[in-house]
Ligand binder design. Structure first.
Ligand code: NAP
Length: 293
């Protein structure tokens, strides 16, 4: 018996198809949704993610532009740029890729993005709204985990769900979204003493760490649904580069019931939901209902 691979690319295509209809309607009213990415320094690790955003934005008639600041840009330089983009009525979504150069504080800068254009949901206002149960713009990777679980028709209420990783952008928001669905949610992290004792209980296991091979087959409960968020570029012995998840897929396949592959699982859905956030923002800003996210 082998787990069913959850096809993130197919789910992303469905989301993008619906988006195209919405962008067409916006274009008819003179608004072209526009996402701007502000790069600070070089980001080799996120190049594939950004390329995917560019390609899918184009396919959904969303304008995609980039601005670049040098590696040695000061916090004031980045803040000035984010404030200018926030004030620019032609821009509906702003993305600040991480990691930033070591001397810059991501949270301080994310706070300078207009919350209505914060399409990654990382501004304190959007994070606070998520915590208070009145979500504004939800971090797209966390939202994509729920989007992937939705058609699986799992009764999340009362389910044992374990999230490995507690970052602000993935682990914590996923846990909050699951709590809102009344899942019994355990969050594991570097301080967790016996990771396997938790993961083995999980009916739904969500792993967002960035350590290939962290979750082995014997750490998975038979029949579990496994969502592997991890994406790490690794060099194979032949010198080529591939993207690996955190779960050892070959070991998980005979144990789990369903699992997201890497690549082709969470990644494409995240890109589609990021673009959906841009279209949502463009609709709200163009109709003047921007304040009520
Ligand atoms: P992050 O900020 O580095 O967070 C990683 C988390 O894992 C932290 O909470 C860390 O705990 C925890 N951790 C580290 N080692 C651990 C261990 N041995 N056992 C249990 N927990 C451990 O990374 P992130 O931004 O959340 O991203 C996580 C992964 O998802 C990365 O591979 C990233 O590339 C990927 N990602 C994928 C997508 C997508 O669309 N597919 C989107 C975003 C991110 P501490 O903070 O306490 O160290």
């Amino acid at each position: 018996v082998s787990a069913i691979l959850i096809d993130g690319r197919a789910a992303a295509s469905r989301i993008l198809r619906r988006l195209r209809e919405r962008t067409r309607a916006l274009l008819e009213h003179g608004t072209r949704p526009h996402l701007t990415v502000l790069h600070v320094g070089a980001h080799p690790a996120s190049a594939a993610y950004l390329e995917s955003q560019r390609r899918h934005a184009k396919s959904a008639s969303i304008e995609f532009s980039t601005r670049r600041l040098r590696e040695d840009a000061s916090a004031a330089d980045v803040e000035r740029e984010l404030e200018a983009l926030s004030a620019d009525s032609r821009v509906h979504g702003i993305l600040l890729p991480l990691p930033l150069p070591a001397l810059l504080d991501a949270a301080q800068l994310q706070a300078r993005i207009d919350p209505r254009k914060d399409v990654e949901g990382v501004n304190p206002e959007n994070l606070g709204r998520l915590l208070s149960g009145r979500p504004g713009i939800v971090p797209c990777t966390a939202a994509s985990v729920l989007e992937i679980l939705e058609p699986e028709r799992l009764p999340l209420e009362g389910a044992e769900v374990v999230v490995v990783g507690h970052s602000t952008i993935v682990g914590k928001p996923v846990a909050l979204l699951l709590l809102d669905r009344f899942a019994t949610t355990t969050v594991c992290h570097v301080g967790t003493r016996d990771l396997a004792s938790h993961t083995r209980r999980a009916e739904v296991l969500i792993v967002a760490v960035g350590k290939p091979g962290l979750v082995r087959g014997d750490m998975i409960r038979p029949g579990a649904v496994v969502i592997d968020v991890g994406t790490t570029r690794v060099q194979d012995p032949d010198g080529s580069w591939t993207i690996r998840g955190d779960v050892v897929l070959e070991e998980a396949l005979p144990v789990a019931s369903r699992i997201t592959p890497v690549p082709g699982g969470v990644g494409p859905v995240t890109v589609a939901l990021l673009l959906r956030n841009v279209v949502d923002a463009a609709e709200r800003l163009s109709t003047g209902s921007g304040a009520a996210v």
